[in-house]
Design a protein around this ligand. Structure first.
Ligand code: SF4
Length: 345
């Protein structure tokens, strides 16, 4: 199956347009086991390590099924890096989707206009037609996946599913053929319904948030240190499935509204919306603490931290902020801080 890659610091690329164009949406993930070398020739050392890691993979050659790339306007890193990808990558299709920073009526119209341009560019490059019917079918399909993920997500708090297991299901949903994803999630749900809960009484139930955390091993590492991640506010997590797209609205308007109304990421305005969602999750799931992990040099999450710190203090919910290097070897250096937090909550 031919794929269109997504390079997105949030989850704001409308997968439904890619599906309606006959491609599989394929979100690019970092690989924390590789050494970054070639990418250093293009970007300075103080540039977000996660995007540098993705560029390294791209320069070495992406999966051969990938026919194109869509980059969404997220943080300054993804925005400026698109130029480098544009220059260095030999792909048939490349598009920078200008997802708005604000969430008002003007932003809605602006977003719809840019999605129309994306559709036009896809149609002319691949000689295809993206109709409203195809878009609606895609919306129905991805909504089914969101519903299944949301149902599965609840089994984390019931101690039946580990946070790391759930994270790997979301990752698959972001890269695989949607029909396969749908049947895989359905069968997982059936199995889980009959599963005996884990004995996790001695684990600390936490909410995990932060930058693009796409390495499932990082969640396993946290679990080994005594945490049970019962809920998250991650792009590879609730941000992907918490809300649904209106199936009765005109499809492009429904897509734009969905992306402007769903849980906000640090790259977007305003931070208090982001905090309100975190607060709702923390209180609904009665977590013992909140862990906020910033990728090294991730400015949007670094800027959010003082505000979140203050707000969680007011709520008397323990909060830990950690800056992590996107490299598995370096995780170990953070063990003391995580263990100390596990002890006090
Ligand atoms: S980790 Fe932070 S700086 Fe890097 S792409 Fe994501 S939002 Fe941008």
């Amino acid at each position: 199956m031919k794929k269109i890659a997504i390079f997105d610091s949030g989850v704001e690329t409308p997968e439904e347009i890619i599906l309606a164009a006959g491609f599989t949406p394929y979100r690019l993930f970092g690989d924390p086991t590789i050494q970054v070398d070639k990418a250093n020739e293009h970007i300075p050392p103080t540039h977000c390590l996660w995007t540098r890691n993705l560029l390294e993979q791209a320069l070495k050659g992406l999966n051969k099924d990938i026919e194109g790339l869509i980059t969404a306007h997220g943080c300054d890193r993804t925005n400026r890096e698109f130029d480098i990808w544009h220059e260095c990558l030999n792909l048939k299709f490349k598009y920078f989707l200008n997802t708005p920073l604000k969430r008002d009526e003007i932003a809605l119209r602006f977003f719809i206009k840019d999605m129309k341009e994306l559709i036009y560019q896809l149609e002319s490059t691949f000689n295809i037609k993206i109709t409203d019917n195809k878009l609606t079918e895609a919306i129905i399909e991805t909504n089914k996946i969101r519903r299944l993920l949301k149902e599965l997500s609840e089994y984390r708090a019931k101690n039946v599913l580990l946070g790391s297991e759930f994270h790997s299901l979301v990752k698959k949903a972001l890269q695989s053929d949607k029909n396969e994803v749908h049947s895989n999630l359905k069968s997982n749900l059936e199995k889980i319904k009959n599963k005996t809960p884990f004995d996790l009484d001695n684990k600390k139930r936490v909410l995990l948030t932060g930058s693009d955390i796409d390495d499932t091993e990082f969640l396993i590492y946290l679990e080994d240190l005594g945490f049970h991640i019962i809920i998250d506010d991650l792009c590879v997590g609730t941000k992907y499935f918490w809300h649904e797209i209106d199936e009765n609205e005109e499809p492009l308007k429904a897509l734009a509204k969905y992306h402007l109304e769903k849980p906000i990421y640090s790259t977007k305005f305003p931070s208090y919306d982001r905090f309100n969602f975190l607060k709702m999750l923390a209180q609904t799931y009665k977590v013992k603490g909140v862990i906020n992990v910033a990728q090294k040099f991730c400015e949007p999450v670094l800027y959010d931290h003082p505000y979140l710190n203050k707000k969680f203090k007011e709520l008397e919910i323990p909060y830990l902020f950690v800056e992590a290097t996107y490299n598995r070897e370096s995780y170990k250096q953070l063990s003391t801080r995580f263990s100390a937090f596990a002890e006090i909550i």
